[in-house]
Design a binder for this molecule. Sequence first.
Ligand code: 6PG
Length: 244
Amino acid sequence: MQKIVEVLPDSVKLIDRALEVVLSKMQEAIAQRGLCTIALAGGGTPKPLYEKLALQDLPWEKLHVFWGDERCVPPDHPDSNQRMARQAWLDNVPIPAANIHPMSTDAADPSVDADKHEAELQAFFNSSAGEFPSFDIILLGIGDDGHTASLFPHTEALQVRDRLVTVGNKDGQPRITFTAPLINHARAVIFIVAGIGKRPALAQIFAPVADDFVYPARLIQPQAELWWLLDQTAGGELGGTGGA
Ligand code: 6PG
């Protein structure tokens, strides 16, 4: 694994750097394989990045967009990660509708939605049961509690090792989420983290020893590239390792 940690002076420069890295990975994937698969993070941090991506001139037909997790709400609900990314980015560019692959969230039982998306991923990547496909890019954030995607502390989702997609749980609220092994098979995992509130969790995530089940972002140890892009308020005590 190649781990790159960069601490940027402020959140504006963090998003500018995240855009640079994402565009570079997109171009690399398209040059090497003719397409790029990217899974988006939810929450608030990546929204300005998605707004900047909407201003790019990209080969949209070669880009396939997924989400690393989704709240169990309709796609037009204010909490929907799909809604946020569509409003900030995807509704504003000529990307083919078939290239957008949201997690369905309309089943009464969230495990039905998780199974459906698992099947959709296996079909898209032509992968068989037990095989983990490799996304070109997976974007992630972390919560103040050290969760990532919808892999929350002390939840069963953290122990799922034989599936691509499972049901996460935030304070009793179900979510659909990529599993840690699926994330770890990505060619590039890019964490984008800003704000002083993330500092205590980052200290535990970066500590030589801590409990992965208390700080689930520790489970993300991809075989390929792991990028931590942090603003000064979040990562000021960590110090960067510089870019690749
Ligand atoms: C979600 C995200 C989640 C997010 C973190 C950070 O569905 O909310 O996938 O993992 O990345 O909670 O959220 P902020 O960027 O809003 O701090």
